[in-house]
Write a protein that binds this ligand. Structure first.
Ligand code: C5P
Length: 231
């Protein structure tokens, strides 16, 4: 079994990220780098981490008009990320333009994942933005739209795995944050699942940050998660 864990490196500098990458070598399936890292360290920072031969999930949550998002995807292709994210709320034309742009990289193109409803938004926030649908219904609608637009999968919370898996079938990538092993503190994550629970529910990939990166021994924490998943 390939390791499904993408470790969230929520840190702003390449030196700390490289240090963490070397501690975790061979114990994680990939590294998730987001806006905090990219805004500080840019393409050079991403290249430095890819050079460690670890798959990169570049979580920049692109959202703009189709032409601009397609251009951004094309500009990111030389960094050869394994996964990258775009907002499904950008609509079908934007997602299709992103898919077409990613195809320019050929068979090793990055897989595109959709962001549906940010988990920081509750029902009242959605209502304030003019959405009347229930959160989970909106997530499923946007997941299906992403799939119909050619995306490879979505990022979703543990609570949404089952509904999205049922709606989108077995081949859709579900990258799931909000994961906590039983031995780790929940921190600010409110609705969590263990790695095994999330995989059993239908997650294909897990985003795990602080349970690994803030552990006294990150390498040991990553190994424990690996062993737990393999058991
Ligand atoms: O440290 P922790 O395991 O909570 O990190 C989870 C990572 O996943 C963070 O980078 C966080 O921004 C991201 N994420 C999340 N919940 C979402 C989407 C992304 O925790 N709904």
């Amino acid at each position: 079994m390939t390791n499904p864990v993408f470790c969230a490196f929520d840190m702003p500098d390449t030196a700390s990220a490289l240090e963490m990458a070397s501690r975790l070598k061979g114990r994680i399936g990939g590294i998730k780098l987001g806006m905090e890292f990219f805004m500080a360290e840019g393409p050079a920072g991403i290249r430095a981490l890819s050079a460690q031969n670890v798959p990169i999930f570049l979580d920049l949550k692109l959202h703009d008009i189709p032409n601009t998002v397609a251009g951004a995807v094309t500009s990111l292709l030389p960094l050869a990320p394994h996964f990258m994210t775009i907002h499904t709320a950008g609509g079908p034309a934007m997602m299709q333009a992103a898919v077409k742009a990613a195809a320019g990289a050929g068979p090793n193109r990055p897989k595109l994942l959709g962001v549906t409803v940010l988990t920081s938004l509750d029902q009242a926030d959605l209502a304030a933005c003019g959405h009347t649908a229930k959160t989970q219904d909106l997530v499923v609608t946007l997941a299906k739209l992403a799939q119909d637009s050619g995306l490879d999968g979505i990022v979703c919370s543990p609570q949404e795995i089952a509904a999205v898996r049922a709606a989108c079938g077995p081949d859709f990538v579900l990258m799931v944050p909000g994961i906590r092993p039983l031995w780790a503190a929940a921190g600010d994550q409110k609705r969590v699942m263990t790695p095994r629970e999330a995989c059993a529910a239908g997650a294909t990939h897990l985003v795990i940050g602080r349970p690994i990166t803030a552990a006294p021994d990150p390498a040991e924490a990553a190994t424990r998660i690996q062993e737990d998943l393999a058991a």
